[in-house]
Write a new protein. Structure first.
Lengths: 226, 226
DNA sequence: CGACACTTTGACGCACTTCAAAGGGGGTGG
DNA sequence: CCACCCCCTTTGAAGTGCGTCAAAGTGTCG
C-alpha cells in the first residue's frame, strides 16, 4: 500500500519546526483490520470530556476539533484533526477534551484495550503508538508558541499551519468557523476577522470567500509568525 | 459534582485535572542501572534547542526549565521539572526546547538508543516510556489552558500547580525567578510581580520572601483559576 | 424570497505592556 | 563586621492591542 504519508511536493515549511506525519503503516493496518467505520454528522460529539477513553480514532474523511469548556463558559480548542490523523489518544483513562465533528466525518474506531493488547505483542505497533503521542506533544507545544504571540502572529501562524497540513497549493479551504479559529488561538471572533481583513489589505492573503484563503505572500506571513 | 474525591490525603486539588506521577518502577530501575549521574551548576545548559536528542534525563535533585527563544528574543518556558521527573523525551530526533538548570542539579543520564533498545525487548519499559510521554502531553495541555486566562488566573493556577508538585504543605519555595514565571505564563515580569502583590493584599497568599509563597486561601486561588 | 447563522465593521474601554525608577537582599572585599 | 555593589523585585505612570458591545453585511437553505 502506498501510504498517504510521504509528499515530495511539500512546500517550504514554516519556521516552526515541521511536524511530519508519522509513518505508521503497521498501526494503520492494525486499525483498519480491527476497527469499525463510523460516521458522524456536522457538529456531532464523538466523545465527551471526562468520558472514559475507551476508543481511539483514525480520521478517514472530514475534520474534527477537540475542545474543553471552562467553568465560566470560555472554550478552548485543543487541536484540529485532518484525514489520516489519529486522535483520542491524548488522554489518561479519561478524555481530557471532547471531540466534535466540524464537518460530516468518517472515522475508524478501535477499542483501546484491543490496540493496547496488540501493542503488548507487537513492538512495532507499540513504537508507533508512542510516536503518534510524541507527534501530538509536538503539536501542542507549537500551539503554546502561538498563544504567546500577537493577534497577527497567531493568525498568520495558524494559516501557515493549516496550509501545511491540508497540502493544497496556496488556496486552502478552512473547514472550521471563525469561532473555532478564535477559540483555538485564544482570541475573539472579532479580532480574528479584523486580523484576516488586515492581512488581506496588506496583500499577504486573499479571501475569495470567508472559508477560503489564498496565501499570496508566505514570506510575509512567516515574518509575522516571528 | 463530587469530582476529584479520590485521594483523602491529598489537598483538595485544583479544578484542572490532576497529573499524578506515573508509577514507573521498571523504567526508573532501568535508568538507575544504565545511567550515569551528572551534575550541572545553576544556569548551566543541559542540552540546547536543535541539538540531537541523544539522551534522556531523570532529575535527581534541583529544578530544571525547558525553554525556547523566539526570533525576536522573546522566551517561552516549556515546562519546569522537579526531582523524579523525566525530561528530554519531548522531542523528535532533535530537541525542540533547550533545558537549563534553575538550581544546581543532579540528573541521571541515559543514552536514548539504549533505553529504546531496552524498550524493544521489555514491554513494561516501553509502556512506561509511553506513559511518561502522555503525562507530558497532559501537562502541556494544562499549560495551554493557563495561557488563555487573565493574569490573576494564570498566576493563581501556577501557584496551585507548584504547590501540588512540590507537595510541601502550604508554604512553597519557588526555585525559579520572576522572569522564569513570567516566561512560563506568557506575561511580563512586572505583571507577575504586581499580581502576586495583589494576591497578597487580598489575603489569598503571603510572601515572606520573594521566593517563598504561603497559600493562605486555596479556595480563593481556585476560584480565580476559573 | 425570507429567515437564520455566520462574518464583518465600528466605537469605546480596559488589562496588560512598556518605560522608568526606586527598593531590597545577599555575597564579597575591605 | 560593616559597607558597597549587583541583581532581582517591586512600584509608578502612561500607552496600546485586544476585548466588549452594538449593528450592519453576506451567504445559504428552506
Amino acid at each position: 500500500m502506498l501510504a498517504h504519508t510521504t509528499n515530495p511536493a511539500a512546500p517550504a515549511s514554516r519556521n516552526a519546526r515541521m511536524v511530519p506525519p508519522v509513518p505508521s503503516q503497521a498501526l494503520d493496518d492494525a486499525l483498519a483490520m480491527m476497527g469499525a467505520v463510523m460516521s458522524y454528522p456536522r457538529n456531532a460529539e464523538i466523545y465527551g470530556e471526562n468520558e472514559p477513553a475507551e476508543y481511539i480514532y483514525r480520521l478517514v474523511s472530514g475534520s474534527v476539533r477537540t475542545s474543553k469548556i471552562l467553568d465560566d463558559g470560555r472554550r478552548q480548542i485543543g487541536e484540529f484533526y485532518m484525514p489520516g490523523d489519529i486522535f483520542g489518544l491524548e488522554a489518561g483513562r479519561e478524555h481530557a477534551f471532547s471531540a466534535e465533528a466540524i464537518t460530516d466525518v468518517k472515522v475508524i474506531v478501535v477499542k483501546r484495550s484491543a490496540i493496547e493488547a496488540l501493542a503488548a505483542r507487537d513492538n512495532e505497533v507499540a513504537r508507533q503508538l508512542w510516536a503518534v503521542t510524541r507527534r501530538e506533544l509536538q503539536r501542542v507545544q507549537d500551539h503554546i508558541l502561538l498563544l504567546i504571540k500577537t493577534a497577527q502572529e497567531r493568525v498568520a501562524g495558524f494559516l501557515l499551519e493549516m496550509a501545511e497540513r491540508v497540502k493544497a497549493s496556496n488556496e486552502i479551504e478552512l473547514p472550521m468557523s471563525r469561532q473555532d479559529i478564535a477559540d483555538y488561538l485564544g482570541l475573539t471572533i472579532e479580532t480574528v476577522s479584523r486580523t484576516l481583513t488586515s492581512l488581506e489589505s496588506s496583500a499577504a492573503i486573499a479571501l475569495p470567500s470567508s472559508r477560503r484563503v489564498v496565501l499570496r505572500n508566505r514570506a510575509a506571513l512567516r515574518r509575522l509568525n516571528a
